[in-house]
Ligand binder design. Structure first.
Ligand code: FMN
Length: 213
């Protein structure tokens, strides 16, 4: 039987890792993480989450160039502002927290299927629900749950991971990632053997995030 302490240690051991050894992630580990992610609950068991493993170096280079162009365009825009310093600092900060993903041994674009088979999706297509808000919500919750299982399995395998959404602000998205045509790409995800052991960041106390109403 799984001990509560094992679960707690697994959860506590997960950190966002941004520096990796050069060691390749075995394919079997990738499939194990994806299999764990596939156990996540989703609306009507619609399983809308998809992991695109970006293995081709040409593709990774193309995405980097695409993002770098976006970053430079935004920098040029920032420079023309009345007070450019603050905007430039923000851009540089998020660029630093984006570009490391290209050094990760494994890099995934993670998305959800555009036409989910959830209750919200069915209502929407039947013309009984306006807007996409609820449909997107189900997908976003499914994505988070799936990522969490992926990342915890990574810890169990001795791997580190990091979710990234900052790069999406630099990426000119249309057709940037092959295979993403029917997906809403929501984040990138890195994986590899850790080459850093960051301290746990401060967390809110349980009573700060919980109350009886
Ligand atoms: C939705 C989401 C988006 C994130 N985007 C980025 C990112 O673009 N770049 C980055 O370096 N880290 C990113 N992170 C990682 C967070 O910075 C990290 O989870 C947080 O600082 C807590 O640290 P921990 O994961 O080690 O507990 C993201 C995390 C989440 C959940």
């Amino acid at each position: 039987m799984l001990m509560t302490t094992d679960f707690d240690s697994l959860v506590a051991a997960r950190r966002s890792i941004r520096k990796y050894t050069g060691e390749k992630v075995p394919d079997s580990h990738i499939l194990d993480m994806v299999a764990s992610a596939g156990n996540a609950p989703s609306p009507s068991n619609s399983q809308p989450v998809r992991y695109l493993h970006m293995v081709s170096s040409e593709l990774r280079q193309g995405i980097f160039k695409n993002m770098e162009t976006g970053y430079r365009n935004m920098l040029a825009q920032a420079t023309s502002l009345e007070k450019p310093r603050k905007a430039i600092n923000i851009l540089n900060h998020y660029w630093r927290y984006s570009r490391f993903m290209f050094h990760a041994p494994a890099l995934f674009a993670v998305g959800v299927e555009k036409q989910g088979d959830s209750f919200s999706g069915r209502l929407n297509r039947a013309g009984l629900m306006e807007g996409k808000a609820l449909e997107t919500m189900g997908c976003d919750i499914s994505l988070g749950l799936s990522l969490q299982l992926f990342m915890l399995k990574a810890v169990a395998l001795g791997l580190g991971t990091c979710i990234l959404t900052a790069p999406l602000h630099f990426l000119k998205r249309e057709n940037a990632i092959p295979g993403s045509e029917n997906l809403l790409i929501r984040c990138f995800l890195t994986a590899g053997f850790p080459d850093e052991y960051p301290a746990a960041p401060e967390r809110k106390q349980p009573m700060e995030i919980y109350r009886k109403v």
